[in-house]
Design a protein around this ligand. Structure first.
Ligand code: SF4
Length: 345
């Protein structure tokens, strides 16, 4: 049964004529990893206070907002975190979102550590596909990049199980950091190719304020394509829709595809159709936003669907975000930026 909001649909465009097509919903700020480029352990230690339960949107609140976003043009919903599989009963939320009228694509991004035991329930609830973060097959590199010294085995089991139950296509997000994992990329690319997983190699970004980002640690996407293409020849593939993030390539031998996400060297803000919802109900119009627009307050104060739709539409209409396009020309970057684990990439 499809569910829709009571308010009539309306297409809203921002200041650069970009529609809202993709909604990324961060369902928790908690994570069981401490990836240094996102949630460094020295800052987010054992005593770090995550958001208290009452401040986090309930599943019903998330589903209601998602229905309203769908009336404004959202066609794709991605669940993220922190680590979304840490949120108890997340499959119940999936079931609520799966029935929303207009939503054609329901995906989830996870670090994969808990995926093996939850894949079946997520699939049955209506999840269509998963993206799993795995930055290498080398356990030492994996342990360094998850900040917990966990090896890859549980994540690999989760990926395999996701494919088994039909959460397809399985995409693998690989953050590439020069001096950390570039020497293991070809092995990972071959592993994904042989199993039909779609690897997405992501340029290291200055998300948040704590990851000590430096340009010299960015391995340009073009270099990654050259490196992988040396042994496994590639050819470019057209994008499926406006706003698709990855530059896609297919293996010339018919062995599937891979992609790169080049936010630093080939920014794509001009086609950015992504809105983000933080766990505490803030609407963020850019990954590099300094802060968001509070939707929880009006939601809990009894605002109607119509009123909420207007609030969201008004925020989007004045959106001018294009941080990645401006990054290199900025003399000074905004000191305050929402941390990555709060908005899930
Ligand atoms: S930097 Fe902001 S505006 Fe540009 S693509 Fe990323 S999220 Fe979109």
């Amino acid at each position: 049964m499809t569910m829709s909001s009571s308010v009539p649909g309306e297409v809203v465009l921002d200041r650069f004529q970009r529609p809202i097509r993709d909604l990324r919903i961060s369902v928790t700020d908690r994570c069981n990893f401490r990836c240094p480029f996102c949630m460094p352990a020295e800052v987010y230690g054992e005593r770090y206070q995550f958001l208290p339960k009452q401040e986090i949107l309930t599943f019903e609140e998330i589903a209601r907002l998602a229905r309203i976003f769908a009336t404004l043009g959202v066609r794709k919903i991605r669940l993220t975190g922190g680590e979304p599989l840490l949120r108890n009963g997340v499959e119940k939320l999936v079931a609520m979102l799966a029935g929303i009228e207009g939503v054609e694509d329901l995906a989830l991004t996870t670090n994969g550590h808990l995926l093996a035991q939850q894949a079946q329930a997520l699939k049955e609830a209506g999840l269509q596909r998963v993206t799993v973060s795995l930055h290498s097959l080398d356990d030492d590199v994996v342990g360094q990049m998850n900040g917990r010294n966990f090896g890859a085995s549980l994540v690999l089991k989760g990926i395999e199980r996701a494919a088994e139950v039909g959460l397809l296509p399985v995409k693998i997000n690989v953050v590439v950091i020069r001096g950390v994992n570039e020497h293991t990329l070809v092995e990972l690319a071959r592993f994904c190719k042989e199993r039909g997983y779609i690897a997405r190699f992501i340029e290291y970004m200055d998300v948040g304020t704590l990851n000590g980002w430096r340009m010299e640690r960015v391995m340009p996407a073009a270099e990654v394509v050259r490196l992988i293409g040396e042994g496994m020849p590639l050819e470019p593939v057209e994008k499926d829709y406006r706003g698709e993030v990855a530059e896609r390539y297919r293996y010339r031998d018919g062995g599937g595809e891979m992609g790169v996400i080049a936010s630093v060297t080939q920014p794509f803000c001009g086609d950015c159709t992504r809105a983000r919802l933080s766990p505490e109900g803030k609407l963020l119009t850019c990954l590099f936003a300094s802060n968001g627009h509070d939707l929880r307050e009006p939601l809990r104060a009894g605002a109607s669907d119509q009123e909420l739709q207007s609030i969201i539409a008004d925020v989007w209409r004045v959106r001018e975000d294009r941080y990645s396009e401006l990054r290199t020309s900025m003399t000074e970057r905004p000191a305050q930026r929402v941390e990555m684990f709060r908005i899930g990439g």
